[in-house]
Design a binder for this molecule. Structure first.
Ligand SMILES: Nc1nc2c(c(=O)[nH]1)N[C@H]1C(S)=C(S)[C@@H](COP(=O)(O)OP(=O)(O)OC[C@H]3O[C@@H](n4cnc5c(=O)[nH]c(N)nc54)[C@H](O)[C@@H]3O)O[C@H]1N2
Ligand SMILES: Nc1nc2c(c(=O)[nH]1)N[C@H]1C(S)=C(S)[C@@H](COP(=O)(O)OP(=O)(O)OC[C@H]3O[C@@H](n4cnc5c(=O)[nH]c(N)nc54)[C@H](O)[C@@H]3O)O[C@H]1N2
Ligand code: SF4
Ligand SMILES: [Mo]
Length: 765
């Protein structure tokens, strides 16, 4: 008899409610949950792929240890041995502790990918784990993603996670830059896979929507206007808008007037820029810049919002800052219909902090931000000999070889490590470099609460889902381990390896046992809710308080109200003022000027010296049915190969290239080959491909992903060019050239020998 289970799809920050129909251990269907408080039945195809992960025989259920042929280095001939959890955890802790004992705390680094942010257990255990490691070498995928947002929030509002969220439900003007919500379903703005419907609503109530993007992407058809912009030049476009707002006498801070500092600095800064060169460099005419600025300032509730197209660029920090400035000087921060702040049921802001430049990296002296260094310097910290050179790594829930810029350098660095622990349930392009892999339970075998992503709520709400299935326990074991439990176990074992005292060792083990049993994820959620803004706190008589019990009784979530204005009270700055013009951001303006305005020919392609022949700019693209690790789902990857290069007809004509032809795409870092797809929906001079492909590398165990390998964009992105201010990688606007491929490589096409359609029968249980 089939039953229904309600939970949240944890694949992306959109947080859609799903309805899982199952019979015994068998999932029969995954659909949108119509009663879900946020998403009201909307989902995207990716959620349905989760059932393939549940059954995938290649998903690891037991830990594995690498048995090296030659102890001094890893090789493709090494064997993987399945071992007990106790042996694996002990091996992991011993390996890391040995390196720290011999080479110092900083000799072991940690790295987390995106799946940590979607997993409350991983989130809760990672910080204590980092503390026990005590290493400055902390890295996350954030520096190939949203770090510029966090950087700007820290400097303007006092906390890296006190983030502004578009009040998309009530706005009348939506100016979006470098984002594609029809496909991404909204990033750092959780609406529940229905963002495009909200654009229609804005237009229906007489408002306006505009997209600024080098590609006329899938969201463009929900917009009143789309304007092509030359990649990497958005900071100038934003300066043009702000300048117009001031010069037309439209600037106002609204109710925040008394709570802002730095207004004069912005006014004098923008005097030093002129519109004509901005128009020439960005490709957007002055008249359009002026008109958009005036319409924006005059709208009753306007939002300027941008995501990865304006964070993974050379001036990501400046772009994010200038968008905030535009919102603030038009009175659109902290007002209905503008940029607002959710009030989350668990106060995760008080659980985290932020910092800037309290220490620097060993090799190139890069400043830390909130306790981490940019991914772009990880390889140099591993490969440059010296005291405290990174020799060990604990990597959780990220596939850096494909996802971080300059993947070839990641491979080189991982190969060089003395010891690596991976917490992941696939033997993929990254974990194949590990010495031990610790696989957490599958996606339906753990409870779910979005500790992190509620920070991007467009309404205040809360939802909890228990585990659907009991975890599969491998033969001979008594337990399967969640990410939380793996973290706690490693923590206690690392601590016990740090001491010679038998008594202390026993104490650490006892504490870990106690934490696993009593300080469960559920207990922490219950406590967080109780002491959050809607909870009982210390008042046992408070009525209608939010609690875990209440969430369990409401499997579609609990609505907690629309977003409310909350400044200046909730500001995290010491003086309770918004810093409109932080000095670190002002100090980055000369770099922008130098890059674009000092050269009369306005070469917009290169940050450094021009390289002969590279005459196009490469940008990234998401596709509707794919999301990095979901390439393990055969139902998502079957069909047409999405890993193609988009190019404008005119660029193809100039190069005598044909539609569907296999082409060589080259940057200063190398060449990859993929099929060409011609379109008019991309700016001439720009080409575009999807990222997180490039499977089928030796030593992986992932038949579905390897059957549709594609090629990796990050094999040719370059970490020598980063956003110097925030350390974020630049994966958009990468200088490249495109020529006809000389020798077609088999990996560019779908592998017909083992096509996902054939895997279906093999994998469906
Ligand atoms: N289907 C799918 N959805 C996802 C994900 C996924 O993997 N697959 N991942 C999730 C995650 S982790 C994230 S961070 C979000 C990302 O969410 P989005 O940022 O909305 O995603 P993208 O589709 O990468 O949109 C970036 C846009 O920026 C444009 N762009 C590139 N360079 C520039 C530039 O220099 N200037 C301007 N103005 N635009 C530029 C691109 O053409 C593209 O349209 O998506 C989430 N949703
Ligand atoms: N060129 C280019 N590169 C980009 C981007 C771009 O636009 N262009 N976008 C960037 C962005 S926005 C992002 S978010 C990153 C994404 O890059 P990553 O963070 O590397 O994401 P995935 O490739 O999806 O890998 C997720 C990993 O987590 C594992 N995993 C899944 N669930 C769990 C779990 O519950 N527990 C554990 N322990 N592991 C789990 C999967 O097996 C997989 O190994 O890519 C970035 N890279
Ligand atoms: S948009 Fe798709 S992947 Fe993201 S939460 Fe919703 S269903 Fe899941
Ligand atoms: Mo991301």
């Amino acid at each position: 008899m089939s039953k229904t289970h309600y939970r949240t799809c944890h694949l992306c920050e959109t947080m859609c409610g799903i309805e899982v129909e199952y019979d015994g251990e068998q999932i029969q269907s995954i659909r949108g949950d119509k009663k879900d408080v946020l998403s009201q039945g909307n989902i995207c195809p990716k959620a349905t792929g989760l059932q393939d992960i549940h059954t995938d025989p290649d998903r690891l259920r037991q830990p594995m240890i690498r048995r090296r042929k030659n102890p001094s280095h890893k090789s493709e001939d090494d064997q993987w041995e399945t071992v007990s959890w106790n042996d694996a955890l002990e091996f992991a802790a011993q390996g890391l502790a040995k390196i720290q004992r011999e080479k110092g705390h900083n000799a072991v680094a940690s790295y987390c990918g995106r799946s940590v942010a979607h997993n409350i257990g991983a989130l809760l255990s990672i910080e204590p784990l980092r503390r026990i490691l005590g290493s400055r070498n902390t890295f996350t995928g954030s520096t190939v993603d949203q770090m510029p947002h966090n950087f700007v929030w820290h400097h303007m509002l006092g906390h890296q996670f006190f983030g502004t969220v578009p009040d998309i439900n009530r706005t009348n003007f939506y100016l979006m830059i470098g984002t594609n919500p029809k496909i991404s379903n909204g990033a750092m703005m959780s609406t529940g896979a229905n963002t495009y419907k909200k654009f229609n609503d804005i237009r229906e109530r007489g408002g306006k929507t505009i997209l600024i993007d080098p590609r006329r992407n899938e969201s463009a058809k929900y917009m009143d206007e789309h304007h092509f912009i030359r990649p990497n030049t958005d900071a100038l476009f934003l300066i043009g808008l702000i300048k117009t707002v001031f010069s037309k006498g439209l600037a106002t801070a609204g109710h925040l007037t008394q709570h802002i500092k730095g207004w004069d600095k912005i006014e004098s800064l923008i005097q030093t820029f002129e519109l004509p060169p901005i128009a020439e460099i960005t490709g957007i005419p002055s008249a359009d810049i002026e008109r958009i600025a005036v319409e924006f300032a005059n709208a009753d509730g306007a939002i300027c919002y941008g995501r990865t197209g304006v964070s993974m660029v050379e001036f990501g920090g400046l772009c994010q800052w200038l968008m905030q400035v535009l919102n603030i000087v038009t009175g659109n921060l902290d007002r209905v219909g503008g940029m607002m702040f959710p009030n989350t049921a668990i106060d995760s802001l008080s659980l985290s902090a932020s910092s800037w430049d309290s220490y620097r990296s060993r090799v190139s002296g890069r400043p830390e931000f909130s306790g981490e260094f940019p991914m772009a310097i990880m390889h140099e910290e591993i490969l440059t000999p010296g005291e405290e050179q990174i020799r060990g790594l604990i990597a959780t829930a990220g596939n850096m070889v494909l996802s971080m810029a300059d993947g070839k350098r990641s491979e080189e660095a991982l190969q060089d490590l003395e010891f690596m622990v991976s917490i992941d349930f696939y033997l993929n392009e990254t974990t194949r470099f590990a010495d031990v892999i610790l696989p957490p339970v599958g996606p339906f075998e753990k409870s779910h609460y979005d500790l992190y992503y509620h920070l991007y709520d467009t309404i205040n709400w809360s939802k909890y889902a228990p585990a659907l299935f009991e975890p599969e326990i491998p033969e001979g074991e008594v337990n399967a381990y969640t990410d939380y439990e793996i973290g706690i176990e490693l923590l206690s074992r690392l601590a016990s390896h740090r001491t010679d005292s038998k008594l202390r060792k026993r104490l650490y083990r006892t504490l870990a046992g106690w934490a696993r049993k009593h300080l469960t994820v559920e207990r922490i959620i219950a406590l967080g809710l109780r002491f959050g803004p809607y909870g009982k706190g210390l008042n046992p008589f408070k009525r209608n308080a939010l609690s875990l019990k209440k969430l369990k009784q409401n499997p579609h979530g609990v609505f907690l109200g629309e977003l409310q204005p909350c400044l200046p009270d909730r500001l995290f700055t010491k003086d309770k003022k918004i810093d409109l013009a932080p000095q670190v951001l002002l100090d980055d303006i000369p770099r922008l000027r130098q890059r674009f305005l000092s050269d009369p020919t306005h070469n917009t392609l290169f940050a450094g010296e021009a390289v002969d022949g590279l005459d196009l700019q490469l940008i990234s693209r998401l596709t509707n049915r794919t999301l990095g690790w979901m390439h393990h789902s055969y139902r998502l990857v079957k069909g047409k190969n999405p890993c193609v290069l988009l190019m404008h007809h005119s660029d193809a004509q100039q190069r005598q290239l044909q539609d569907q032809q296999l082409v060589a795409l080259s940057s200063v870092r190398g060449t990859i080959e993929l099929p060409l797809e011609l379109t008019d929906d991309i700016m001439p001079g720009v080409v575009c491909m999807p990222h997180l492909w490039g499977h089928n590398r030796p030593g992986t165990r992932q038949r579905t992903a390897n059957a549709t390998p594609g090629v990796s964009m990050n094999d040719i992105t370059n970490i020598d060019v980063i956003d110097e201010l925030t350390g974020n990688a630049v994966v958009n606007g990468v200088p490249v050239k495109v020529t006809a491929a000389v020798e077609p490589q088999h990996q560019t096409a779908h592998n017909t020998e083992h096509h996902p359609d054939e895997l279906v029968e093999e994998f469906v249980r």
